[in-house]
Design a protein around this ligand. Structure first.
Ligand SMILES: Cc1cc2nc3c(=O)[nH]c(=O)nc-3n(C[C@H](O)[C@H](O)[C@H](O)COP(=O)(O)OP(=O)(O)OC[C@H]3O[C@@H](n4cnc5c(N)ncnc54)[C@H](O)[C@@H]3O)c2cc1C
Length: 426
């Protein structure tokens, strides 16, 4: 640890108390920081503000850390940073049962939030990977979407109110507890997905939904995944309110009778609603080789966590471009990878038992094929791949990055929050 860095340790202890600061000397440090790393764990928004001010004065960056489940991302390695852990900010502030509204500190882990409100038949409609570790603040900071998006909307649709500590130590609030809660800009949306560069999220007010009383899954077998996707597009067009609809091939379809690729529809809601939706699905002659009803938790690989990041590629396109995406993947990656394509959302997960499965792939040619589809490509197991996508794909073209950087300068003038997290690739 350099002198200035260890001095920060003492300054933080003096400002927040000895129990709020510790040092990780070996093993995995939070936020993928190098060891030794100073971890500051404030107990309130005021203490977060104090920690940010101390770090700014010391010329040290702050990496907010929730459950630390996010794959490793880019960071300015030359900027010494401390980890700011939300581990001591995990309390429930209020569960307004009648209003279906829930307020909690940002360090509360999602499954603990769900357990706290399940007794009243409610749940937060969020379903990120690794929900037993991911925190509410981290999920909102990453806008970590999951399968509930199709039925209930995106992460930002669930955020009614937010408290944030900015890079200059200002504490601000946006939104509130009621559904019509915005005067001026909807800043809750700005902070959702800002990945800790506009402020540390310290408290959140979220919408709740009743836990669906019934659920089931329907499955159809087809010779090829392209056929399953085509059939899925028919259901997508005709049947609203499907909870999930996935075309899959490979080991992801284990547990479904028969051979080949599969289409899986997930239905959730009141019992009569699920029955009626199921009947509408069966009325369609999709030309499948076979069809069956599955238990709701069958085929877990289809709406479930990806287990090995280094053997994983995620490509997002418009739903109608799913067929073109499958053709491109077949040409560039081959036929032996497992595929799960979310027909409603256009998100395709490509996995392989061999982590090196992308090594022989011509990445430039793959990028050129995907660019007309406005595809977003993510490969968290390979930070280099993530950086290259910045100039490969259109949604992060320089104009948008400039606006993000102007916002960052305004809310974090010294650039201490997650330094280097958003920098334009050369
Ligand atoms: C297999 C897998 C797939 C994933 N797929 C996706 C995906 O498709 N899309 C996606 O967006 N994410 C994805 N993620 C990321 C992950 O779902 C989310 O990052 C996770 O929910 C974050 O929760 P966390 O508490 O673990 O945050 P952490 O991992 O601790 O932090 C994640 C990021 O948010 C910042 N952060 C954390 N807490 C706060 C806070 N209170 N205030 C401000 N900033 C904060 C951190 O600095 C960091 O940049 C995936 C993760 C895994 C393991």
């Amino acid at each position: 640890m350099t002198e200035v860095f260890s001095n920060t340790d003492e300054l933080l202890r003096a400002a927040l108390g000895a129990d709020a600061v510790y040092v990780v000397t070996e093993g995995d440090a939070p936020g993928a920081l190098p060891t030794p790393t100073i971890v500051v764990a404030p107990a309130s928004a005021e203490q977060v503000a104090e920690a940010v001010r101390v770090a700014t004065d010391a010329g040290v960056g702050i990496v907010p850390v929730g459950g630390d489940t996010a794959p490793r991302r880019s960071r300015n390695e030359d900027f010494p940073c401390v980890a700011l852990s939300l581990e001591r900010m995990s309390g429930v502030v209020e569960h307004a049962v009648e209003d279906l509204v829930f307020t909690a500190q940002a360090g509360l882990v999602l499954t603990e939030a769900q357990a706290a409100i399940a007794a009243h038949g409610h749940r937060v409609p969020l379903a990120p990977p690794l929900a037993a570790r991911a925190t509410l603040g981290g999920i909102v900071a990453c806008s970590a979407e999951g399968p509930t998006r199709n039925a209930y909307g995106s992460v930002r649709d669930q955020v009614l109110g937010i408290q944030v500590v900015h890079g200059d130590g200002r504490i601000s609030r946006a939104g509130g507890r009621v559904v019509k809660n915005v005067t001026g800009y909807d800043l809750c949306r700005l902070y959702t997905g800002s990945r800790g560069v506009l402020g540390v999220i310290t408290e959140l007010t979220l919408r709740l939904r009743p836990i669906e009383p019934a659920a089931c899954r329907l499955a159809w077998r087809f010779p090829r995944i392209e056929d399953a996707w085509n059939a899925g597009m028919t259901l997508r067009r005709d049947i609203p309110a499907l909870y999930g609809l996935h075309a899959a091939r490979g080991t992801a379809t284990d547990g479904i009778s028969g051979e080949g690729a599969a289409l899986v529809a997930t239905l959730r809601g009141p019992e009569a609603f699920v029955e009626a939706l199921g009947a509408s699905c069966w009325e369609h002659d999709l030309g499948a080789a076979s069809q069956e009803v599955l238990q709701p938790d069958a085929v877990p690989a289809i709406i479930g966590p990806v287990s090995a990041l280094d053997a994983w590629l995620r490509v997002c396109v418009l739903p109608a471009d799913g067929g073109r995406l499958l053709t491109t993947l077949a040409q560039r990656i081959g036929d032996d990878a497992d595929l799960v394509l979310d027909v409603l959302g256009g998100v395709c997960d490509v996995t392989h038992e061999d982590p090196g499965f992308l090594d022989p792939v011509d990445e430039t040619a793959l990028g050129a094929d995907l660019e007309p589809l406005c595809a977003q490509v993510d490969r968290p197991g390979d930070p280099g791949f993530h950086l290259r996508r910045l100039h490969l794909f259109p949604s992060t073209r320089p104009g948008g990055v400039n606006v993000m950087q102007a916002l960052m300068r305004s809310l974090d003038p010294a650039g201490v929050l997650n330094p280097g997290r958003y920098e334009v690739a050369p």
